[in-house]
Design a protein around this ligand. Structure first.
Ligand code: AMP
Length: 191
Protein backbone atom coordinates (compact mmCIF):
# COMPACT_ATOMS: atom_id res chain seq x y z
CA UNK A 1 0.00 0.00 0.00
CA UNK A 2 1.01 3.60 -0.55
CA UNK A 3 -0.13 5.73 2.38
CA UNK A 4 0.38 9.43 1.91
CA UNK A 5 -0.15 12.30 4.31
CA UNK A 6 -0.85 15.37 2.21
CA UNK A 7 0.25 18.11 4.55
CA UNK A 8 0.22 21.89 4.65
CA UNK A 9 -1.66 24.84 6.11
CA UNK A 10 -5.34 25.50 5.41
CA UNK A 11 -5.71 26.79 1.86
CA UNK A 12 -2.47 25.23 0.64
CA UNK A 13 -4.36 23.19 -1.99
CA UNK A 14 -4.48 19.79 -0.28
CA UNK A 15 -8.07 19.03 -1.30
CA UNK A 16 -7.54 20.09 -4.92
CA UNK A 17 -4.36 18.05 -5.27
CA UNK A 18 -5.82 15.03 -3.45
CA UNK A 19 -8.63 14.83 -6.02
CA UNK A 20 -6.06 14.75 -8.83
CA UNK A 21 -3.89 12.18 -7.03
CA UNK A 22 -6.92 9.91 -6.58
CA UNK A 23 -7.58 10.00 -10.34
CA UNK A 24 -3.98 9.12 -11.15
CA UNK A 25 -3.05 6.66 -8.41
CA UNK A 26 -6.42 5.26 -7.35
CA UNK A 27 -5.93 5.75 -3.62
CA UNK A 28 -8.71 6.49 -1.13
CA UNK A 29 -8.89 10.16 -0.14
CA UNK A 30 -9.77 10.70 3.52
CA UNK A 31 -10.29 14.32 4.54
CA UNK A 32 -11.28 14.79 8.17
CA UNK A 33 -12.51 18.32 7.35
CA UNK A 34 -14.86 16.85 4.70
CA UNK A 35 -16.05 14.17 7.13
CA UNK A 36 -16.83 16.82 9.74
CA UNK A 37 -18.65 18.97 7.15
CA UNK A 38 -20.70 15.96 6.04
CA UNK A 39 -21.76 15.40 9.65
CA UNK A 40 -22.49 19.11 10.04
CA UNK A 41 -24.71 19.14 6.96
CA UNK A 42 -26.60 16.10 8.20
CA UNK A 43 -26.86 17.58 11.69
CA UNK A 44 -25.52 14.47 13.42
CA UNK A 45 -24.40 14.61 17.09
CA UNK A 46 -20.79 14.44 15.82
CA UNK A 47 -21.46 17.38 13.48
CA UNK A 48 -23.01 19.41 16.28
CA UNK A 49 -20.02 18.76 18.52
CA UNK A 50 -17.49 19.58 15.79
CA UNK A 51 -19.26 22.81 14.81
CA UNK A 52 -18.38 24.62 18.03
CA UNK A 53 -14.69 24.14 17.27
CA UNK A 54 -14.81 24.57 13.50
CA UNK A 55 -16.64 27.91 13.76
CA UNK A 56 -13.71 29.30 15.76
CA UNK A 57 -11.04 27.77 13.58
CA UNK A 58 -9.98 25.57 16.51
CA UNK A 59 -9.20 21.86 16.37
CA UNK A 60 -11.87 19.30 17.23
CA UNK A 61 -10.60 17.24 20.22
CA UNK A 62 -8.26 14.37 19.36
CA UNK A 63 -10.49 11.68 20.88
CA UNK A 64 -13.42 12.66 18.61
CA UNK A 65 -11.29 13.07 15.50
CA UNK A 66 -9.32 9.85 15.95
CA UNK A 67 -12.52 7.82 16.51
CA UNK A 68 -14.05 9.19 13.30
CA UNK A 69 -10.87 8.56 11.28
CA UNK A 70 -10.51 5.04 12.63
CA UNK A 71 -14.11 4.20 11.63
CA UNK A 72 -13.45 5.47 8.10
CA UNK A 73 -10.26 3.42 7.74
CA UNK A 74 -11.89 0.32 9.24
CA UNK A 75 -14.72 0.39 6.70
CA UNK A 76 -12.27 0.78 3.77
CA UNK A 77 -9.65 -1.91 4.18
CA UNK A 78 -9.48 -3.21 0.63
CA UNK A 79 -7.86 -0.21 -1.02
CA UNK A 80 -4.47 0.36 -2.60
CA UNK A 81 -3.63 2.98 -0.02
CA UNK A 82 -4.84 6.18 1.59
CA UNK A 83 -4.32 9.88 1.08
CA UNK A 84 -4.80 11.52 4.45
CA UNK A 85 -5.77 15.18 4.06
CA UNK A 86 -6.11 17.37 7.15
CA UNK A 87 -5.09 14.46 9.39
CA UNK A 88 -2.99 14.03 11.50
CA UNK A 89 -3.04 17.58 12.87
CA UNK A 90 -1.49 16.85 16.28
CA UNK A 91 1.20 14.50 17.61
CA UNK A 92 -1.37 12.28 19.41
CA UNK A 93 -3.25 11.95 16.09
CA UNK A 94 -0.01 10.93 14.35
CA UNK A 95 0.70 8.35 17.05
CA UNK A 96 -2.84 6.98 16.75
CA UNK A 97 -2.51 6.76 12.97
CA UNK A 98 0.75 4.84 13.23
CA UNK A 99 -0.87 2.36 15.62
CA UNK A 100 -3.96 2.01 13.41
CA UNK A 101 -1.91 1.29 10.27
CA UNK A 102 0.49 -0.89 12.25
CA UNK A 103 -2.38 -3.23 13.14
CA UNK A 104 -2.42 -4.20 9.45
CA UNK A 105 1.38 -4.16 9.14
CA UNK A 106 1.09 -0.90 7.22
CA UNK A 107 2.77 2.46 7.74
CA UNK A 108 2.99 5.97 6.33
CA UNK A 109 4.98 5.96 3.07
CA UNK A 110 5.57 9.72 3.07
CA UNK A 111 4.35 13.05 4.32
CA UNK A 112 4.42 15.68 1.59
CA UNK A 113 3.91 19.27 2.71
CA UNK A 114 2.68 21.96 0.34
CA UNK A 115 4.71 25.04 1.17
CA UNK A 116 2.70 28.29 0.91
CA UNK A 117 3.32 31.55 2.77
CA UNK A 118 0.80 33.10 5.18
CA UNK A 119 -0.33 36.09 3.11
CA UNK A 120 -0.99 33.88 0.08
CA UNK A 121 -3.08 31.60 2.30
CA UNK A 122 -5.16 34.45 3.70
CA UNK A 123 -5.94 35.79 0.23
CA UNK A 124 -6.70 32.32 -1.18
CA UNK A 125 -9.06 31.47 1.70
CA UNK A 126 -10.90 34.81 1.51
CA UNK A 127 -11.34 34.19 -2.21
CA UNK A 128 -12.54 30.61 -1.58
CA UNK A 129 -14.94 31.95 1.08
CA UNK A 130 -16.87 33.86 -1.58
CA UNK A 131 -18.14 30.55 -3.02
CA UNK A 132 -17.27 27.70 -0.63
CA UNK A 133 -20.16 28.33 1.76
CA UNK A 134 -17.70 27.70 4.57
CA UNK A 135 -18.13 30.05 7.55
CA UNK A 136 -14.49 29.51 8.53
CA UNK A 137 -13.32 30.91 5.17
CA UNK A 138 -15.09 34.26 5.32
CA UNK A 139 -13.72 35.92 8.45
CA UNK A 140 -10.08 37.00 8.33
CA UNK A 141 -9.58 36.68 12.10
CA UNK A 142 -10.79 33.05 12.00
CA UNK A 143 -8.48 32.37 9.05
CA UNK A 144 -5.54 33.83 10.98
CA UNK A 145 -6.47 31.70 13.98
CA UNK A 146 -6.42 28.58 11.79
CA UNK A 147 -2.93 29.50 10.59
CA UNK A 148 -1.77 30.06 14.19
CA UNK A 149 -3.22 26.68 15.25
CA UNK A 150 -1.45 25.07 12.29
CA UNK A 151 1.90 26.52 13.33
CA UNK A 152 1.57 25.65 16.99
CA UNK A 153 -0.19 22.29 16.99
CA UNK A 154 0.15 20.85 13.51
CA UNK A 155 3.60 21.76 12.23
CA UNK A 156 5.28 19.45 14.87
CA UNK A 157 3.70 16.56 12.91
CA UNK A 158 6.10 17.41 10.06
CA UNK A 159 9.07 17.02 12.41
CA UNK A 160 7.61 13.82 13.86
CA UNK A 161 7.68 12.06 10.46
CA UNK A 162 10.92 13.79 9.54
CA UNK A 163 12.65 11.93 12.36
CA UNK A 164 12.17 8.72 10.38
CA UNK A 165 13.02 10.42 7.06
CA UNK A 166 9.44 10.40 5.77
CA UNK A 167 8.74 14.16 5.51
CA UNK A 168 9.35 16.34 2.50
CA UNK A 169 8.28 19.77 1.24
CA UNK A 170 7.30 20.89 -2.21
CA UNK A 171 6.57 24.40 -3.44
CA UNK A 172 2.81 24.96 -3.20
CA UNK A 173 2.75 28.10 -5.36
CA UNK A 174 2.11 28.16 -9.11
CA UNK A 175 -0.55 26.61 -11.32
CA UNK A 176 -2.53 23.59 -10.11
CA UNK A 177 -0.86 21.47 -12.80
CA UNK A 178 2.65 22.66 -11.91
CA UNK A 179 2.12 21.74 -8.28
CA UNK A 180 0.57 18.41 -9.32
CA UNK A 181 3.65 17.69 -11.44
CA UNK A 182 5.90 18.25 -8.43
CA UNK A 183 3.72 15.96 -6.33
CA UNK A 184 3.75 13.21 -8.98
CA UNK A 185 7.55 13.31 -9.09
CA UNK A 186 7.56 12.37 -5.41
CA UNK A 187 4.63 9.94 -5.67
CA UNK A 188 6.28 8.01 -8.51
CA UNK A 189 9.15 7.21 -6.17
CA UNK A 190 6.72 5.72 -3.66
CA UNK A 191 4.27 3.62 -5.69
P1 AMP B 1 -10.12 21.51 6.90
O1 AMP B 1 -11.20 21.29 5.90
O2 AMP B 1 -9.08 20.42 6.88
O3 AMP B 1 -9.51 22.88 6.81
O4 AMP B 1 -10.81 21.42 8.34
C1 AMP B 1 -11.82 22.31 8.75
C2 AMP B 1 -11.97 22.27 10.27
O5 AMP B 1 -12.34 20.95 10.68
C3 AMP B 1 -10.70 22.58 11.04
O6 AMP B 1 -10.49 23.97 11.20
C4 AMP B 1 -10.99 21.88 12.38
O7 AMP B 1 -11.91 22.62 13.16
C5 AMP B 1 -11.69 20.62 11.92
N1 AMP B 1 -10.72 19.53 11.65
C6 AMP B 1 -10.45 18.93 10.44
N2 AMP B 1 -9.52 17.98 10.55
C7 AMP B 1 -9.17 17.96 11.87
C8 AMP B 1 -8.24 17.21 12.64
N3 AMP B 1 -7.46 16.28 12.07
N4 AMP B 1 -8.16 17.45 13.97
C9 AMP B 1 -8.94 18.37 14.56
N5 AMP B 1 -9.82 19.15 13.90
C10 AMP B 1 -9.95 18.94 12.56
Amino acid sequence: MTNLILFGPPGSGKGTQATKLVEKYGLLHISTGDLFRYNLKNNTPLGQEAKTYMDKGALVPDSVTIKMLKAKVDENKNVGGYIFDGFPRTIPQAEALNILLGEDNESISALIALDVDDEEIVSRLLERGKTSGRADDTDESIIRNRIAVYKKETSPVYDYYNETGHSMKIKGIGSIDDIFGRLCNEMDKLV
